[in-house]
Write a new protein. Structure first.
Length: 587
């Protein structure tokens, strides 16, 4: 029997990036807020001490900061013709856990999607005709880039993003990304100082008529005090960034940008090592009365609240909705239902250039320190004569030269023994790598639901992921790989190796923690789970915030738009919902 606790105005499920932003905004509005986080409390001084933060075995290999399947696993299959099996280890993607969420150990690439991404169906059908989208389930977001501009800006200034504007109020800026949407002001900090490999990459790209620019980075190029008055330091390019907490207060995360202020507020409380099991619905089935959760000792509690915010990461937001009966589950055979619809991922490919005698010094690196080319991303180029839609950013961002896992060697090198050691020694410092990160568009058959067989330790069905890379995305990614080969050949290296995205998604090798969709936003309750304010169509006092709202994924990392959506939802709650609780959009 769950112990019933005193009522709160707001209960937030998950205290990662979005949970922290919403908690800060709503406590500022005077609400009494509790955040329930299933992982442990963490802060920089105690948990990312400079003496042990760069422990590659602990953090990168053994994944110390990540969710373990013993706590929550999921099953996967490539199509409905297969039987899904549980992932015994997280590999392809690595969900976060603990205060700060996956933002604790992210890289920090901080993007805005293109304006056309937010109205993708309208844009692509207008330019290429409806026929071009056949086989894809592409949708508009229901919110435009222009509406989100100030929310993007707030997230970038919260974080101290280091970059160069490419489009200021419609005027293209030298040195920035000429394909980006108009922004109202410059980034808060200038770009990071470039290292050697991205500098060479930019030269090679420019020689081919492309437009390289510094990747917008949440690793800070200089000292910064954010609008909440929190001070951050300059990144030292330590190379222990992705999968690690930052010992240096230089990587924007909830820890370094919000929590020092949030934790001092008397109207905020964080309960850690407490896992939300379900959102409780009132007898009408249309109002959430709160959540039930279990603490580290196994005791269960009911936390009543007027407003329930799901900020548990895209995949877990969707699972909690399915477990709680919020919204109709998606059925791929009929195409009906919304929760689980349009699950998307990311298409990736890599290029390596092996040199002799050109020191790249890969150990001088940060999660987002590099150069990007967007000439082949989104709809920056004409797809008229091509057999796909979408595109990919090409990124030269050498994130690390860490001693255990960074061992580039040319294909054909033996995998152990003296020949492997010799090649490792030769190529550790003499390899330049870059990669494509491409769009992932929705199809009817890629989706999330509850597994009919496998259960968690509480007896609840696991989330089932049904996904394979759509043919459209494979064609797109391979076309971009051909463009990468052209750039790689321009270096004049000893050997060039270009990878290609393959069909048959595997959950084993790490690819990307950019899982999107499943609770998508839109203007029609028949094809979206939440409205343009991220409010559940079916249970209006539930808001669902995260990349689960993306109708499809773009060729960029998601957290810039995720942060913007968190501010957008906070504004909707503060300015509209609190004044008149109920549906913000009638359909
Ligand atoms: C290795 C890595 C590198 C990345 N690099 C980048 C990058 O360079 N750029 C980029 O844009 N994105 C990057 N990402 C993705 C980025 O981290 C996420 O987009 C972002 O953290 C999502 O924010 P969120 O609030 O939705 O989820 P999170 O920040 O993950 O927070 C969700 C929180 O909810 C908690 N939770 C889940 N279920 C429950 C429950 N039932 N009860 C209570 N609490 C719960 C979790 O423990 C977690 O703390 C990276 C991710 C990883 C793992
Ligand atoms: S590379 Fe920079 S931002 Fe990343 S962990 Fe090191 S000091 Fe921090």
């Amino acid at each position: 029997m769950a112990r019933k606790l005193p009522r709160k105005d707001v209960v937030i499920v998950g205290l990662g990036w979005t949970g922290s932003i919403l908690a800060h905004e709503l406590t500022d509005a005077g609400l009494d807020v509790v955040a329930i986080e299933r992982g442990p409390w963490r802060d920089t001084a105690t948990d990312f001490n400079v003496a042990y933060a760069p422990d590659e075995l602990r953090y990168a290999v053994r994944k110390d900061l990540f969710l373990q399947p013993a706590q929550e696993a999921m099953t996967m299959r490539n199509s409905t013709a297969q039987t899904a099996l549980p992932m015994r280890d997280y590999g392809s993607f690595l969900p976060g856990t603990g205060v700060g969420g996956a933002g604790t150990h992210w890289n920090g690439h901080t993007w805005r999607f293109f304006p056309s991404d937010f109205a993708l169906k309208t844009h692509l059908t207008g330019r290429y005709g409806e026929e071009r989208l056949s086989g894809l389930q592409i949708q508009d977001w229901g919110v435009s880039y222009d509406e989100l501009e100030s929310a993007f800006d707030r997230f970038e200034y919260l974080c101290g993003i280091s970059g160069k504007a490419g489009n200021l109020n419609g005027t293209i800026q030298q040195g920035g990304n000429p394909f980006e949407g108009p922004r109202k002001r410059e980034y808060p900090l200038p770009p990071m100082q470039m290292t050697y490999a991205p500098t060479l990459f930019a030269e090679a790209a420019r020689s081919r008529g492309l437009h390289p620019f510094p990747t917008p980075s949440a690793n800070l190029s200089g000292a910064y005090v954010n609008p909440l008055g929190i001070a951050m330091g300059q990144c030292t390019a330590c190379g222990f960034c992705e999968r690690f907490g930052c010992a240096n207060y230089s990587k924007a995360s909830a820890h370094t940008t919000i929590l020092p202020v949030l934790m001092r507020k008397s109207n905020f409380e964080a309960r850690t090592e407490c896992e939300v099991l379900k959102i409780k619905l009132a007898a009408d089935g249309k109002t959430a009365s709160g959540v039930t959760y279990t603490d580290v000792n196994g005791a269960t509690f009911e936390q009543p609240a007027d407003l329930v915010l799901l900020n548990a990461y895209s995949l877990f937001n969707v699972r909690l909705m399915l477990l709680s009966g919020i919204g109709k589950p998606y059925d791929p055979s009929s195409g009906e239902g919304v929760v689980g619809r349009n699950y998307c991922y990311q298409t990736n490919a890599s290029a390596q250039v092996f040199f002799e005698g050109r020191s790249m010094n890969p150990f001088i690196a940060a999660g987002a320190l590099g150069q990007t080319v967007d000439d082949y991303n989104g709809d920056s180029f004409d797809h008229g004569a091509l057999n796909f839609v979408g595109g990919a950013g090409i990124n030269c961002i050498p994130t690390n030269g860490r001693p255990i896992q960074y061992r580039p060697v040319p294909p054909g090198t033996p995998r152990w023994g003296s020949a492997w050691k010799k090649a490792t020694k030769q190529y550790y410092n003499n390899t330049l790598a870059f990669s494509s990160q491409g769009s992932s568009y929705a199809t009817r058959g890629n989706y999330l639901d509850l597994d009919p067989t496998y259960k968690d330790r509480f007896g609840r069905p696991l989330l089932r992921v049904t996904f394979d890379f759509p043919d459209n995305d494979i064609r797109m990614s391979n076309w971009v790989s051909d463009r990468m080969k052209e750039i790689a050949d321009a270096f004049g290296g000893k050997q060039v190796v270009v990878g290609r995205q393959q069909k048959g998604w595997s959950s084993v090798p790490y690819q990307s923690t950019h899982n999107t969709g499943g609770a998508i936003m839109g203007t029609d309750p028949k094809t979206s789970a939440v409205n343009r304010h991220l409010q559940s169509w079916d249970v209006p006092n539930v808001f669902v915030v995260g990349a689960c709202a993306f109708p499809q994924n773009a060729g960029k990392n998601p957290t810039g738009p995720v942060g913007a959506l968190a501010y957008w939802a906070a504004d909707s709650i503060r300015n509209h919902y609190l004044k008149n609780p109920g549906k913000l959009v009638e359909a």
